[in-house]
Design a protein around this ligand. Structure first.
Ligand code: HEC
Length: 159
């Protein structure tokens, strides 16, 4: 893969530990049972058993220390200037993907596309050489996965 990542984005990703997610072997974090999961089904169940809060999800998605989704995706977030275009525009994503598909994309995009550069936001087990402060930790919490999923589900095509 010969994607070029602008250096300011790359250093932001390194700083937040995202680059760690580019290595791969198998196994998952926490309570997700990979053996029982089929990629085509996505992750239909809420990770917390509770519905997400779309408003909090929007904040977590655009927070540079949390989702940092804007590093790679355009989103309907006019108050922030720099939106990346490495990934698809997320405006309208709810018209393309289901909640289960969106949740899986956030938890572990490599389950969908093993070559993706999108970080796995809720998986710890298959990373190598993780700095101490990141060991056993996911980039965002289970509730933040739910909140961001709820937010993305509000992004339907307008026509
Ligand atoms: C380092 C870059 C990067 C970051 C950060 C990133 N993504 Fe992605 N994302 C991608 C790329 C590239 C794709 C395209 C599909 C692929 O690579 O498999 C993608 C695809 C997606 C898709 C599927 C879109 C579609 O229309 O099929 C969703 C949903 C998504 N990302 C959500 C998010 C969310 C939410 C965040 C923040 C929590 C995020 N991404 C952060 C790079 C990124």
């Amino acid at each position: 893969m010969s994607l070029r990542i602008p250096s300011h984005i790359l250093s932001a990703l390194i700083a937040t530990g995202f680059v760690l997610s580019m290595s791969s072997t198998a196994a998952w974090s926490a309570d997700i049972d990979l053996a029982k999961m089929k990629v085509e089904d996505g992750l239909p169940k809420s990770l917390t058993g509770k519905p997400g809060d779309a408003k909090k999800g929007r904040s977590a998605a655009i927070n540079r220390k949390k989702g940092n989704c804007l590093a790679c995706h355009a989103m309907p977030v006019p108050e922030q200037a720099d939106h990346g275009d490495i990934g698809p525009d997320l405006d309208g994503v709810a018209s393309r993907l289901t909640a289960a598909e969106i949740r899986l994309r956030i938890v572990d995009p490599k389950a969908v596309n093993e070559d993706t550069i999108m970080p796995s936001f809720y998986r710890t087990a298959r990373f190598h050489r993780v700095q101490k402060k990141w060991q056993g930790k996911t980039i965002i919490s289970a509730q933040e996965v739910e909140d961001i999923t709820a937010y993305l589900l509000t992004l339907k095509d307008k026509n």
